[in-house]
Design a protein around this ligand. Structure first.
Ligand SMILES: [Zn+2]
Length: 150
């Protein structure tokens, strides 16, 4: 049975643009060869603390370089990676799946602000209902906090 989070994926098809992200010190970088249809802001116990915006992909479609530390909790299906030097959350990987169904996500907040602002945000209620919601709930980062002025 597929883990419940797989239906959250907002990414399909080849990219008209690639998204590049780096941590603050530059030791860890990712190259996301996809066009995300949206980025997921989640209010679960981990994501609300990290303040991450996730974009999802199959593992071969993302290149990550640089040394990271990992954090797992609960059922230990997800490993959250952070830069060993500056601590920025760079991505998560799914430890429970392998092969073509294996997914991961990178933190869009590590991309340039203009790129980040160009990707629509969807709010996922990971704290309670496990559904997307139309507007931010308690624990969701506010979209206005990072959107570029237009
Ligand atoms: Zn760093």
């Amino acid at each position: 049975m597929m883990p419940a989070f797989l239906h959250l994926l907002g990414v399909e098809g080849p990219a008209p643009m690639a998204i590049k992200g780096t941590c603050h010190c530059g030791a860890v970088a990712y190259d996301f060869d996809h066009a995300p249809r949206w980025t997921t802001c989640c209010n679960c116990s981990v994501c609300r603390r990290y303040g991450t915006l996730w974009i999802y992909a199959r593992i071969p479609q993302v290149t990550i370089t640089g040394p990271t530390d990992t954090y797992t909790h609960g059922d230990r299906e997800l490993a959250f990676h952070s830069c060993k030097i500056c601590g920025c959350i760079t991505h998560w990987e799914n430890l429970a799946l392998e092969g073509p169904d294996a997914r991961m996500a990178v933190n869009l907040r590590l991309a340039d602000p203009d790129v980040m602002a160009s990707v629509p945000v969807r709010y996922f209620d990971g704290a309670d209902s496990w559904r997307f919601v139309d507007a931010p709930l308690a624990g969701h980062a506010q979209q206005q906090a990072y959107q570029a002025d237009t």
